[in-house]
Design a protein around this ligand. Structure first.
Ligand SMILES: Nc1ncnc2c1ncn2[C@@H]1O[C@H](COP(=O)(O)OP(=O)(O)OP(=O)(O)O)[C@@H](O)[C@H]1O
Ligand SMILES: [Mg+2]
Length: 342
């Protein structure tokens, strides 16, 4: 009787021990898998951080006129990169080439290590693009447009697609307009829809061609913040005429003029390009001042009877002129003026 009980007790102990070993083994396995997952995540994050665009000697010639891009060299790292330049500088041409919509005459583009000419499909798979003249699907509703674009981008599962569309609707503040036809949206709202469709599919490369044109100031600020938020580990290429857009959200930028890159660097470095060339003069309204031909008035403010002028000039334009710290806009004007062919 006693022997049988002892035997039963030993069996119980053995079972408990086996269960404990099993438990430890499973825990070790889980921790090993978690370690591998963490490692994989780290590698993916590193790959995302390393994601960049290399542009070498890129030239584009349309049928008529001078080259729209003339041996452009740029190295664009992940984060927000601004593209500034006057009308006709070549910004849209460059963006359309990167978006695989246009063929260059010569030169090379590598996107995240992939040669654009050899493998445009691979670049398209990671691309979100908002064209300068986004205006499409006028008879569809906002939600239908996003749903359709999500389908085109390969979001096949209906539930996941619905979820993603709802997220994008919230991101671009168009939730209340989800059932409105595109034709009935204001210009700014249509622009927001354009941004929304570019965000679908979580693109690693987001190209937005003058996205803030037509947005009201509040919406512009919200949009800039959104771009900065999503730019982590991605390349966001933003072209604009609004210098303030670049100042507030791009750590690096390039200035294009007549198809040539005439500046690359940080906003502070661009502003510094006009150091020693910006002057302020305060004079009574009736006092007439003749400026040298090389001087250019860039801002005029009237305070009471006094007129304050900011002047861009390589030398002191008048004895009363005082040197002032340049703004980013003044740096930009200086660089464009210096790079322009007469
Ligand atoms: N399809 C085209 N056919 C012929 N020339 C073109 C074409 N598209 C652009 N160009 C020319 O190429 C040059 C660069 O134009 P692009 O649209 O790239 O400039 P941009 O910097 O985007 O100007 P904007 O600020 O006005 O949008 C311009 O001289 C323009 O006239
Ligand atoms: Mg353009």
């Amino acid at each position: 009787m006693h022997g049988a009980l002892r035997h039963k007790g030993r069996r119980k102990d053995r079972l408990a021990l086996t269960a404990a070993f099993k438990c430890i083994f499973l825990l070790c396995l889980a921790s090993l898998r978690a370690g591998r997952r963490r490692e994989g995540l780290k590698q993916r994050e590193a790959a995302a951080l390393a994601f960049s665009i290399q542009i070498t000697d890129l030239t584009k010639q349309y049928r008529k006129g001078p080259p729209a891009l003339n041996k452009v060299n740029l190295n664009i790292q992940s984060g927000m990169f601004g593209l500034l330049g006057p009308n006709g500088a070549g910004k849209t041409t460059l963006m359309r080439i990167l978006a695989t919509l246009l063929q260059p005459l010569s030169g090379e583009v590598y996107v995240g290590g992939v040669n654009l000419a050899d493998n445009p499909g691979a670049v398209r798979a990671i691309l979100g693009y908002l064209p300068q003249d986004f205006n499409t699907y006028r008879r569809l509703t906002v939600r239908q447009v996003l749903d359709y674009v999500a389908l085109l981008k390969g979001l096949d599962a209906a539930a996941a697609r619905r979820q993603k569309v709802e997220l994008v609707l919230a991101q671009v503040h168009l939730k209340e307009k989800r059932h409105t036809q595109v034709a009935h949206l204001s210009g700014g709202m249509r622009q927001r829809l354009g941004i929304g469709q570019a965000l679908l599919g979580d693109p690693q490369l987001l190209i937005v061609d003058e996205p803030t044109a037509g947005l009201d100031p509040e919406e512009r600020i919200r949009f800039r913040n959104l771009l900065v938020e999503i730019s982590k580990g991605k390349v966001v290429l933003l072209s604009t005429h609004i210098v303030g857009d670049v100042e507030s959200c791009c750590s690096r930028l390039a200035v294009l003029n007549q198809g040539n890159v005439c500046f690359t660097g940080s906003p502070a470095e661009l502003a510094a390009k006009a150091r020693g060339q910006v002057w302020e003069i305060a004079a009574a309204e009736e006092q007439h001042t003749t400026l040298p031909a090389s001087a250019r008035v860039i801002a005029t403010r009237r305070i009471g009877d006094t007129v304050h002028r900011r002047i861009l000039s390589p030398m002191r334009p008048l004895p009363a002129a005082l040197p002032v710290e340049p703004t980013l806009e003044e740096g930009y004007l200086q660089v464009v003026k210096a790079g322009a062919t007469p």
